[in-house]
Design a protein around this ligand. Structure first.
Ligand code: PLP
Length: 579
């Protein structure tokens, strides 16, 4: 007997519209129920045959949105997080200190700041490159050491487009994983796993939910390997999970994902084309033939180029601000991917460390009438522009590109205006000490733990603004120091390094580091004076003192803390410290 014809596999648009097409088996409801329960009953024999014990890993409301997203992305598994940042940082926190990771120069700013701060302090070796330049990307890979390539495409807020397939091939040759932040593209327009990526990340706060009323993140994997188990463990144990109501709202929002993204993309393209020849504007949108990422975007994105674009006002920052001030239909707000159109002056959201041009307005195109949106921008642009202000001396883009100053002069400005404040914040200090050809020397003062962990971030920032830079050297002291006597015993050599290289800088903090004892090749040091009571004590020890000792004594085993932080002259753990 002939078997009945197989029903065709539903398309992604159908899966979305019907929230996987499932009907609640108990009630026949077409909308899945919301489970508020935080805990689930155990069987009489103590087993959990339902497979659910506690909400953090097991809330049933997570199941449908997670399975739908895994199917849309063509992945094996999906985890929902409390935010896009929680999903993104989980990818890095499943790595190990010492791992080298490569990330784009143009990317979502809060993650860039987290990589430069927490991730670098924690020990990841983060390198920022232009991921649209495949030669630069290949050169950045360190086979065996690079564990992750992070991509964002199109990327905030210049909408740079990275070729996911080519970049993944480069990373895989170096045995590195590839994670793609596909928030702006959405699974409607791009499927990174099909192009070779290993992980896809979404701020589900944006298009996936689509109504500016849920904060959520999602991570989808191509393989449930050991690394994914570490991500799962981090998600479960650190607890950056979604609330059930947010998960329920997210599924509801995803039902209209396809129509929203298609409409936003069509409107964004029409708006970009309308303003492309405008005398006051430069339009950044990957759907325009003149955009540097257009060819790759046309091949990699299916059915549109997304709803995000930026406008650079040729009359500068004040005119851009005045345009944003003059809108009536657009809302002046950050975020993206909602039903309402948003406009924002991006540099002022990102703060003083931003590389974003100050004349740039970021637009998220929503579902309003296209004619209303175009007319709104036309009237805002037609308002009389204020006097254009000269770029501030601290504007990093003007320092890096417009100024005719020498490399050393530009570096000195960047160091004093942009880098030194962060170092001072951590209790250290740093100054520009000179430039030899295309190498810079920076002199550091204060606690080595305050400055040394920032080395990678400082170098990345300088390379970003000074592309011709070949390298950065850090010197801790001005006076030449006596070399270590290789014939001396370990204790004598440790004392020598502490006296010559460590304590002169620690003294600036009112502290001192002493050798407590040596056991085998393990060196126990004691923090004295103010270092003993310093909140940075562990960082000072691990990333400052230990780094300097190892630099001079490569045969060293462990460096361990013998300080009694709770009972010394200035104890770290004294209650009501400072009173
Ligand atoms: N990735 C991109 C591209 C974003 O635009 C954002 C937020 O704006 C995030 C990640 C972070 O997401 P969330 O705000 O949900 O933490």
């Amino acid at each position: 007997m002939a078997s009945p014809p197989r029903s065709p596999r539903p398309s992604p648009a159908t899966l979305c519209a019907q929230a996987l097409g499932e009907v609640d088996p108990q009630t026949r409801a077409l909308v899945p129920p919301l489970h508020a329960a935080t805990t689930f009953e155990r069987d009489a024999d103590g087993e959990y045959r339902s497979g659910r014990a506690y909400t953090r890993p097991h809330n049933p409301t997570y199941d449908a949105p997670a399975r739908l997203l895994a199917q849309l992305e063509g992945g094996r598994d999906c985890l929902l997080f409390a935010s896009g940042m929680a999903a993104s940082t989980a990818v890095f926190q499943a790595l190990l200190p010492g791992d080298h990771v490569v990330a784009p120069r143009v990317m979502y700013w809060a993650l860039r700041a987290w990589l430069n701060g927490f991730a670098s302090d924690w020990g990841l070796d983060v390198e920022f490159v232009d991921t649209t330049d495949l030669d630069a990307l290949a050169a950045a890979m360190r086979p065996g050491r690079t564990r992750l390539l992070w991509l964002e495409t199109p990327s905030n807020p210049m909408w740079d487009v990275t070729d996911i397939a080519a970049a993944s091939a480069i990373a895989h040759r170096a045995h590195a994983r590839v994670a793609v932040d596909s928030t702006v593209a959405t699974p409607v327009l791009t499927r990174p796993l099909a192009l070779g990526a290993d992980l896809v990340v979404h701020s589900a706060t944006k298009y996936l939910n689509g109504h500016s009323d849920v904060l959520a993140g999602a991570l989808v994997c191509a393989a449930e390997d050991g690394y994914w188990q570490r991500v799962r463990a981090w998600h479960r144990d650190a607890g950056a999970v979604l609330g059930p109501f947010e998960a329920w709202l997210l599924l509801r929002g995803m039902r209209t994902l396809f129509v929203r993204v298609e409409r936003c993309s069509a409107s964004a393209l029409a708006l970009a084309r309308h303003f492309a020849g405008h005398p006051q504007l430069e339009v950044l949108y990957p759907g325009l033939a003149g955009h540097p990422g257009h060819v790759v975007a046309a091949a990699q994105m299916q059915g549109g180029f997304g709803g995000m674009l930026s406008l650079r006002h040729r009359a500068g920052e004040a005119a851009a601000m005045a345009t944003a001030a003059g809108v009536r239909v657009f809302k002046r707000a950050t975020s993206l991917g909602g039903v309402e159109s948003l406009i924002e002056h991006r540099a002022s959201i990102e703060g003083p460390s931003t590389p974003v041009p100050r004349d740039l307005l970021r637009l998220s195109i929503g579902l309003e009438s296209l004619d209303d949106l175009i007319a709104d921008l036309e009237q805002a642009l037609a308002r009389p522009a204020p006097e254009a202000a000269a770029p501030a001396a601290t504007d990093p883009s003007s320092v890096a590109t417009a100024s005719p100053a020498t490399l050393g002069e530009r570096a000195a400005v960047l160091v004093s205006e942009r880098i030194r404040p962060a170092v001072l914040d951590r209790g250290g200090d740093l100054e520009y000490a000179g430039c030899d050809g295309q190498r810079l020397t920076l002199r550091v003062h204060g606690s080595p733990g305050a400055v040394l962990p920032l080395r990678q971030g400082i170098e990345s920032l300088l390379r970003h603004y000074l592309p011709e830079l070949q390298g950065v050297d850090f010197t801790a002291t001005e006076a030449p120091t006596a070399p270590v006597d290789p014939a001396a015993g370990l204790a004598a050599r440790v004392r020598h390094v502490l006296a010559e290289h460590v304590n002169p800088v620690v003294a600036a903090h009112g502290g001192r580091i002493d050798l407590a004892r040596i056991e085998g090749d393990a060196v126990y040091v004691r923090l004295e004076g103010r270092c003993q009571g310093c909140a940075m004590a562990e960082v000072t020890l691990r990333q400052g003192v230990e780094a300097l000792l190892r630099q001079h004594l490569p045969d060293l085993g462990a460096v361990l803390d013998a300080t009694d932080h709770a009972a010394g002259s200035d104890p770290y753990f004294r209650t009501r410290k400072g009173t």
